[in-house]
Design a protein around this ligand. Structure first.
Ligand code: GLC
Length: 434
């Protein structure tokens, strides 16, 4: 057993629970091996090809001499959130570090440590200020920004060229082009070919898609910056009705249950003309073995008759549970995952958009994915979901929005009734205060 060090000779040395001592260099490699290895549990993604979290956690373990226990969690953020709410609600110490969606800081902040208590005050200096603000609740930094996301349109360059169509600027053009090329491809023998694939399951991803439809029709952002419910308007209703017309025509019935990965699968196997998804698809769809490698392009999403293109802002952050028995070490792992070299590798290998501003000037990063340079504007002008303004009511707001939208897509409700009912529901929620 190492002797118990009670007064630390180094400012960065901390006494951990149980007497273990660790050198905390906030994301940097530890120079000296630790006195005692500690196991840190981290809730990563689904552990599939789009999940870089396990690899980074293992790297940190190797560098610091600690061990990590990787917990895989569902990719569907709505399912992931309910798992977290159970764990955190029971004050479980089973998870030390967790990946947090950009819309969750206001929902989970009571369960997360203030990272400024464990990391240097300038730890967020090089990060996009808007993301740091998003993660700072009542002056507490509850998560380190890891990567940023914005909705994009992927298209088959080869097929648009073959049939003589342009990249669509409006949703109506997308609908018409999808219809025409789908019919031609089916005629040519590809019975499984679809015009458009998007995320239509009743979950957070549908909130992202539908917010883009509504906002790009000039229909607002569900709840505005002042907390006013704005969803009951004709542009929003028209946007939802147009999306409903896609089901069973240019999009498969299965879209009603699709999340990101199912839609990537359809597109990557060559069975769709257009795909709405996040920047991560670029690297995977162009990788060896992909049916569409070298045949695809990326563009801003279309807009409605009077609106302009809008991309929902997404992204993930790394947080430490308040119930962790090793918060200092857990914060060190969070800092490691989000530190510049790791963000650079994430961008170069997987096309994930960094949250550190200067990486957008890095040649290797820029070369890794067109969204880094060409779509930088889209990324910085993305439309946020109304999470900050609705705070801990956000999950209920989003659930109400995606459930009503799902009813419209399923043909159970028309756009106008949906936005009217939703508006009443949200007004009721807002009366409890947000
Ligand atoms: C992406 C985004 C995230 C969003 C999710 C929806 O992971 O980064 O913010 O909530 O997709 O499925």
């Amino acid at each position: 057993m190492p002797s118990l060090v009670t007064s630390s000779p180094l400012p960065a040395m901390r006494l951990l629970k149980g007497g273990a001592v660790a050198l905390l260099l906030s994301g940097a490699t530890l120079a000296t091996p630790q006195v005692l290895a500690t196991e840190i549990s981290i809730a990563c993604g689904a552990g599939d090809s789009s999940d870089y979290c396990p690899a980074l956690a293992e790297q940190w373990a190797e560098k610091t001499g600690n061990t990590v226990n990787i917990i895989t969690t569902p990719n569907d953020p709505t399912e992931k959130l309910s798992l977290y709410q159970q764990l955190l609600g029971s004050q479980s110490s089973d998870v030390d570090v967790l990946l947090v969606d950009i819309v969750w800081p206001g929902l989970l902040d009571d369960h997360l440590v203030d990272l400024y208590e464990y990391l240097p005050a300038d730890i967020t200096e090089d990060f996009f200020p808007a993301l740091v603000d998003n993660n700072t609740i009542d002056g507490r930094l509850v998560a380190m920004p890891w990567y940023t996301d914005a909705g994009l349109l992927y298209y088959r360059k080869d097929l648009l060229e073959k049939y003589g169509y342009e990249v669509p600027q409006t949703w109506q053009e997308l609908t018409d082009t999808a219809e025409a090329i789908q019919a031609a491809e089916r005629e040519a023998g590809n019975a499984d070919f679809w015009g458009y694939t998007f995320q239509g399951r009743a979950y957070e991803g549908l909130t992202c898609n539908a917010l883009e439809w509504v906002a790009s029709h000039g229909g607002g952002t569900i709840v505005d910056g002042e907390g006013e419910v704005t969803i009951d308007n004709p542009q929003a209703a028209a946007a939802l009705d147009l999306a409903a017309s896609w089901i069973g025509t240019i999009s498969p019935e299965g879209a009603l249950n699709h999340t990101e990965e199912e839609t990537r699968g359809i597109f990557q196997s060559g069975n769709a003309l257009f795909l709405r998804n996040w920047p991560y698809v670029w690297a995977l769809a162009n990788s060896e073995g992909s049916e569409v490698a070298g045949k695809i392009g990326m563009a801003s999403l279309p807009h409605g008759p009077k609106g302009e293109s809008k991309a929902t802002l997404g992204g993930w952050n790394v947080a430490v549970s308040r119930y962790s028995e090793h918060p200092a070490l857990a914060a060190d792992l969070a800092a490691y995952i989000t530190a510049e070299p790791q963000q650079k590798a994430h961008a170069v290998k997987m096309g994930r958009n960094p949250t550190i501003e200067s990486l957008y000037q890095d040649e290797q990063v820029l070369a890794s994915n067109p969204s880094m340079r060409d779509l930088y504007e889209t990324l910085v002008n993305g439309v946020p979901r109304p999470a900050s303004v609705t705070g801990d009511a956000y999950a209920r707001v989003s659930n109400a929005f995606f459930n009503r939208t799902h009813q419209v897509l399923s043909g159970d409700l028309d756009g106008a009734s949906a936005v009217q009912q939703l508006s009443r529901e949200l007004e009721r929620l807002s009366r409890r205060g947000w």
